[in-house]
Design a protein around this ligand. Structure first.
Ligand SMILES: Nc1nc2c(c(=O)[nH]1)N(C=O)[C@@H](CNc1ccc(C(=O)N[C@@H](CCC(=O)O)C(=O)O)cc1)CN2
Ligand SMILES: Nc1ncnc2c1ncn2[C@@H]1O[C@H](COP(=O)(O)OP(=O)(O)OP(=O)(O)O)[C@@H](O)[C@H]1O
Length: 196
């Protein structure tokens, strides 16, 4: 961990790391073979965990092309009888989760992220497993996301289990989390599952 002279340096460093994270994900997208190879290793790690096997509900994003492809996870969840929920962005940097099924229709929201059409109440049990997106992660489970604070806000009231799927290059301890940053419970990498 680094000590900062000025509080604002924390934000400056986080912002640099965020840019770096975005850049490395975009580079990985340009090497689809490598991306699929890393993703399938991480998926095998995820599907072996008891947190995956033991949950009946998952909350997950509809991924953008440069992000970890979540489609195989949603399909595996349905195949094994789990319910899936995805975020819908609301006003004031809040979000809610809506259940999807193979029949769900989508519209594009902010950033072109697919969101289910129509509204429905978010309600999933405390035993849900939430797969949390991010750009950079440290070994204590703290993350730097796209910068809206959506997950930090949501997770501050969330009681279930959280895990993130992390490419090797996304792991970095060269930054300091802020007071409001919410760590995830599990970091799932190509080689191992880190319980923080
Ligand atoms: N696939 C996917 N879905 C996701 C996320 C994600 O990281 N990936 N999110 C993870 O959080 C939430 C959406 N995140 C968003 C983050 C920023 C902005 C956005 O409009 N940013 C503006 C201005 C930022 C601001 O006003 O604070 C911008 O960047 O110009 C929108 C959505 C929920 N869904
Ligand atoms: N619980 C909270 N309540 C109110 N504001 C918050 C909360 N958590 C974070 N914020 C605000 O959200 C802003 C963005 O936070 P940050 O830069 O950590 O986003 P991020 O973690 O990258 O984004 P995300 O959580 O959407 O992936 C910060 O300016 C912060 O003040």
């Amino acid at each position: 961990m680094i000590l900062y002279k000025y509080w604002s340096e924390v934000k400056i460093v986080k912002d640099k790391m965020r840019k770096r994270g975005l850049e490395l994900l975009k580079n990985l997208r340009n090497d689809p073979k490598k991306k699929v190879e890393l993703e399938s290793k991480i998926l095998s790690q995820l599907f072996e965990t008891r947190i995956w096997q033991g949950t009946e509900v998952i909350a997950i994003t509809m991924s953008l092309p440069f992000e970890f492809n979540t489609k195989p996870i949603i399909e595996e969840a349905w195949k094994t009888g789990k319910k899936c929920y995805v975020p819908k962005v609301l006003a004031n940097n809040q979000m809610t989760f809506i259940q999807i099924t193979p029949d769900t229709r989508y519209e594009k929201g902010v950033f072109g992220i697919k969101e289910p059409i129509g509204d429905s109440i978010s309600s999933f049990s405390k035993t849900a497993l939430m797969i949390v997106p991010g750009l950079i992660f440290n070994r204590e489970g703290y993350r730097i996301g796209q910068g809206g604070g959506y997950y930090d806000r949501y997770l501050s009231n969330y009681k279930g289990i959280t895990a993130s799927l992390v490419f090797p290059q996304q792991l970095s301890d060269d930054w300091t989390p802020e007071k409001f940053d919410q760590p995830v419970d599990y970091i799932i990498t190509t080689e191992k599952v880190i319980e923080v």
